[in-house]
Design a binder for this molecule. Structure first.
Ligand code: ZN
Length: 420
């Protein structure tokens, strides 16, 4: 009889302490909601098992909860970068030209091991998270599925990093994104790409990617003289959908952007040269623009100086038209004194140059990106039921957007990554 009593009380004590230990309470001096562009003052956010359970003013904080005091800071949802290449570090020698850039991409593809590429991914994922990016869509160029390994390692808690939705190998017409490949080594760009030229090859390429852990499909529409057709894009989109995956399409030209939009992709990547009618078509079809809007610095590093004014002008027109926009950077170079995170967050300066309002910039980095990724019910907002992916800044970004370049607090899935 006595033994039974001890057993019950031990269970009771265990339950009481474990429940109390699991609750975290954040005191937010200011809480920004990007969706509405409003700020609420003196809010309490309660977090349990990695998720937000309650948000409001003057909420009772349970006894034994861990309290994080951000009463002097502005709190907002973690950021998204929906166009990353975490497992790729290009050494561009300060922008010696696009040809040299492509050569260094070929070198990374042909020479680096997939093992090393995944370690690059671990370092870049850590740095992205420290800059406030709690979710990324990683769109390929990751050796032989280094991105799947990285995603799994983060999901398993082996290494810190954002939630990763990865593309695996990029599906493209013959030759991938390389020009002048030697005929003796036509496979030199494999396994980074899957060449697919017929409908059967396209369907198989999608299935192969899904089998090896891809969570989004990335295609290249217009990097060779022979483009994918609207019918090709439809074939890929349909096959991807059977596996529950969306399609992101690399399109540098206006023609490519139009084909991708008509073919029903979820997002057009780059669209450097998209005309206003094409941006209108994207809006009509609900296709996101992921502009990878190179800053002056990034354009120069990539040997693509002329691209910066193009993207600023195109961004301006996209917002005039009302094309949905999600924040994506395409940073894949290294620069001394910077991290992948600081280089990526700097891309907000292109939005500022295009006259985009702070509220809209924050929306591109949170709610819009979440919608593109089909995560709008679980990430991208601070509300009950959402993942506890939370950042804080010293000033209110609705008043001074530049403050997001220096987050002082990052929480991912309820775990504090930094608090300085
Ligand atoms: Zn890219």
């Amino acid at each position: 009889m006595k033994k039974t009593w001890i057993w019950f009380s031990a269970v009771a004590v265990f339950v009481a302490t474990s429940v109390a230990a699991q609750v975290t309470a954040i005191r937010a001096g200011q809480l920004v909601d990007p969706a509405s562009g409003t700020t609420a003052r003196d809010q309490v956010i309660l977090i349990e098992a990695g998720k937000i359970t309650a948000v409001g003013p003057g909420l009772a904080i349970p006894a034994g909860a861990t309290v994080v005091d951000l009463s002097k800071r502005t709190v907002l949802p973690g950021f998204f970068d929906v166009h990353t290449h975490l497992c790729l570090n290009l050494k561009t020698q300060g922008g010696v030209g696009l040809q040299e850039l492509l050569r260094s991409l070929l070198a990374a593809t042909a020479i680096e091991t997939t093992a090393y590429r995944s370690i690059e991914g671990v370092a870049n994922a850590r740095d992205m998270l420290r800059s406030g990016f709690t979710t990324v869509r990683d769109v390929g160029n990751a050796g032989n599925y280094a991105d799947t390994a990285l995603r799994r390692a983060i999901e398993d808690g082996l290494v810190p990093g954002p939630t990763v939705v990865n593309a695996g190998r990029i599906i493209a017409p013959y030759g991938g994104q390389y020009h002048g490949i030697p005929p003796e080594r036509a496979d030199i760009t494999l396994p980074e790409y899957l060449y697919a030229d017929t409908a059967d090859e396209m369907r198989k390429a999608v299935r192969e990617n899904i089998a090896f852990g891809a969570k989004v499909i990335k295609i290249v529409v217009d990097d060779q003289p022979y483009l994918y057709s609207v019918e090709d894009v439809r074939t890929i989109v349909k096959e991807a959908a059977t596996g529950g995956l969306k399609v992101a399409a690399h399109c540098a030209t206006d023609a490519g952007s139009r084909i991708a939009a008509e073919g029903g992709v979820a997002s057009v990547e780059h669209a450097y040269r998209a005309t206003t009618p094409t941006l209108e078509l994207m809006k009509a079809k609900g296709v996101f623009l992921v502009g990878t809007d190179f800053t002056t610095v990034a354009s120069h590093e990539m040997g693509m100086d002329e691209y910066h004014p193009w993207v600023v002008d195109r961004l301006k027109r996209a917002y005039q038209v009302g094309t949905p926009v999600a924040f994506g950077t395409d940073v894949c170079f290294v620069k001394e004194g910077e991290t992948r995170g600081t280089l990526s967050i700097e891309f907000i300066t292109s939005f500022v140059e295009a006259g985009v309002a702070p509220k809209q910039i924050l929306q591109a980095m949170t709610v819009n990106a979440a919608r593109l990724m089909g995560m709008e019910k679980v990430r991208g907002a601070i509300a009950p039921g959402f993942a506890a992916d939370i950042v804080a800044t010293s000033e209110n970004p609705l008043e001074k957007i530049d403050t997001v370049r220096h987050v002082t607090f990052v929480m991912k899935g309820g775990q504090v990554i930094r608090n300085d």
